[in-house]
Design a protein around this ligand. Structure first.
Ligand code: MEV
Length: 335
C-alpha cells in the first residue's frame, strides 16, 4: 500500500484579485491534512475510490464511470493520463481528510493532491510539485469555474508562495515566524459562487473593480517584502487594509466582520477574511503572548472552531526568495 498526504492552505492576502492576474500570498496549513492510500485490488475489480468521511464509493469502469465529473474520479483519471497509464487497473484508493470542507482551506485541492501523490508513488513515478499542481488544477477548473490556480500551487509546493497566474512560482522568504489563528465561521461558502458574484460586479463596473484589484496587488507586493524582513507589524497592517478592500468587493459577511473586529480589539497584529469570503474563514496574525486570549475571543464571538498554525522562518533565515525555474503554465488541462 502507498500512502501520501497534502496540507490545507490559507490565502494571506490577495484573494479574488489573483483571479484577475494580480499577485497573492498563500501559505500551507500543515496541521490539517488530506490523506490517500492506494493498494492493488483483485483482478477485474477496476478502480474503486472510497471516501468514508463523505460516504462515497465510486467504481470507475464502463463509459459512465470514466465520464464522471466527480472530482475524485477526475483526479484519478487525470493522474492515469499524466502518467501514460491505461485505465485497465485494479486498484482501491481510499481517501480521508480532516480539512473542513468549503471553508477556504483548500480541502478539495488537498484531497486531489494526496491522491495524485499516492498514485504516483504506487507506480514508482516521481512527480515534481509543478506536475502535481497541474493535474490538480485540471480538476479545480471543473469545479471552481475560473480558479486562479493558487490553491493547487501552494498545496503541491507546501511552502509559502507569492503567486501570479501563468508566472513562475516564487516561494517566499520568511524572516520571522508568523503565528496565525484561523477562525471558522461554520458557514460553508462555495468558491465558485463567490467568484461568480465578483465577476458579475466587475462586468458591471470594470474601472471600479480594476482599481480595487490594483490596490490589493500593491498590498501583496508589500506583504512579500515585510515577510522577508520579518516586519510582522507591517504584515498585520496590510492584512487589515486588505480586509477593508475585500469588504468593498462585497465578499465579507456580518460574522466575518465581527470576528475580524474581535481579533483587532483583542490585540491581533492584523486580521482579515481569507479565501472566497461570504462565510468560510477569517485569519488573525497574533503574537505568541496574545494567542490564547485571542483564540477565546474568536470562539466567544461566534467562531465554530479555531485552528492555530505557524509559518516558520525560512531555513538559514535566507532573505532571498527562491524562484522555481520552470514557468508554470496552467493552459493545458490534463484531465
Ligand atoms: C480561493 O482560495 C481564492 C480565490 O481568489 C479564488 C481563486 O483564486 O481561484 C477566491
Amino acid at each position: 500500500m502507498t500512502v501520501a498526504s497534502a496540507p490545507g492552505k490559507i490565502i494571506l492576502v490577495g484573494e479574488h484579485a489573483v483571479v484577475y492576474g494580480r499577485p497573492a500570498v498563500a501559505v500551507p496549513v500543515s496541521q490539517v491534512r488530506a490523506r490517500a492510500a492506494v493498494e492493488r485490488a483483485s483482478e477485474g475489480q477496476g478502480i474503486a475510490i472510497i471516501a468514508k468521511d463523505l460516504g462515497q464509493r465510486i467504481l470507475l469502469g464502463g463509459e459512465e464511470g470514466w465520464r464522471s465529473s466527480d472530482p475524485l474520479a477526475r483526479t484519478v483519471i487525470g493522474t492515469l493520463n499524466h502518467l501514460g497509464l491505461s485505465r485497465g487497473q485494479d486498484l482501491t484508493i481510499s481517501v480521508e481528510s480532516d480539512i473542513p470542507i468549503a471553508r477556504g482551506l483548500g480541502s478539495g485541492a488537498a484531497v486531489s493532491t494526496a491522491i495524485v501523490r499516492a498514485m504516483a508513488q504506487h507506480f514508482s513515478r516521481d512527480l515534481s510539485p509543478q506536475e502535481v499542481s497541474q493535474i490538480v488544477f485540471g480538476v479545480e477548473r471543473i469545479h471552481h469555474g475560473t480558479p486562479s490556480g493558487i490553491d493547487n500551487t501552494v498545496i503541491a509546493y507546501e511552502r509559502p508562495i507569492y503567486f501570479v497566474q501563468g508566472k513562475a512560482v516564487e516561494t517566499l522568504a520568511v524572516g520571522k515566524a508568523l503565528n496565525l489563528l484561523i477562525g471558522d465561521t461554520g458557514e460553508s461558502s462555495p468558491t465558485k459562487d463567490v467568484v461568480g458574484a465578483v465577476r458579475r460586479r466587475w462586468q458591471q463596473s470594470p474601472p471600479r473593480y480594476e482599481f480595487l484589484f490594483d490596490r490589493i496587488a500593491q498590498i501583496a507586493a508589500r506583504v512579500r517584502q515585510a515577510m522577508a524582513e520579518g516586519d510582522l507589524v507591517q504584515v498585520g497592517r496590510l492584512m487589515d487594509e486588505n480586509h477593508q478592500l475585500l469588504r468593498e468587493l462585497g465578499v465579507s459577511s456580518p460574522l466575518l466582520d465581527s470576528l475580524v473586529r474581535a481579533a483587532s480589539d483583542r490585540g491581533a497584529l492584523g486580521a482579515k477574511l481569507s479565501g472566497a469570503g461570504r462565510g468560510g474563514n477569517m485569519i488573525a496574525l497574533v503574537t505568541p503572548a496574545k494567542r490564547r486570549g485571542l483564540e477565546e475571543a474568536l470562539l466567544s464571538s461566534g467562531a465554530e472552531r479555531v485552528i492555530a498554525t505557524e509559518v516558520p522562518p525560512s531555513r538559514n533565515g535566507s532573505p532571498a526568495a527562491e524562484i522555481w525555474k520552470r514557468a508554470t503554465s496552467f493552459n493545458e488541462g490534463t484531465v
